[in-house]
Design a binder for this molecule. Structure first.
Ligand SMILES: [Zn+2]
Length: 115
């Protein structure tokens, strides 16, 4: 009885935490030069070249820009992203990588790309 209550409480707290911090994303949606480039499932570890100058790695449900030939490397310094709505942008190469939750499409995502 007490154990059941404890498990329920932990579940409730966990749901609150998840809601507060945002959902885990399910896909990485990549755009190159303002055009859709690809959509990649995060539950699969993979290496993806984006155009001639960028490379992303998907590992353990998170995406990281691992290589870029842009001069500033800001995209690489943005680190790992995995939350719904999170985004890595490489302005010089016009590459964006956005995380979307399951069931969402690119059209649901806020259009924050301003060049
Ligand atoms: Zn960059």
């Amino acid at each position: 009885m007490i154990l059941g209550a404890a498990v329920l409480l932990i579940c409730a707290v966990w749901i609150c935490v998840r809601t507060f911090w945002g959902r885990e994303g399910a896909y990485a949606v990549v755009e190159l030069d303002g055009q859709p480039y690809g959509r990649y499932a995060l539950d699969e570890d993979q290496e993806i070249d984006i155009g001639p100058g960028n490379h992303i790695s998907i590992r353990n449900g998170a995406v990281r820009m691992t290589d870029a030939d842009c001069p500033d490397h800001i995209c690489i310094r943005q680190g790992r992203i995995s939350r719904d709505g999170a985004m890595i942008t490489c302005l010089p190469n016009r590459v964006t990588v956005q995380i979307l939750a399951d069931g969402k499409t690119e059209e649901d995502a806020p259009d924050v790309i301003v060049y």
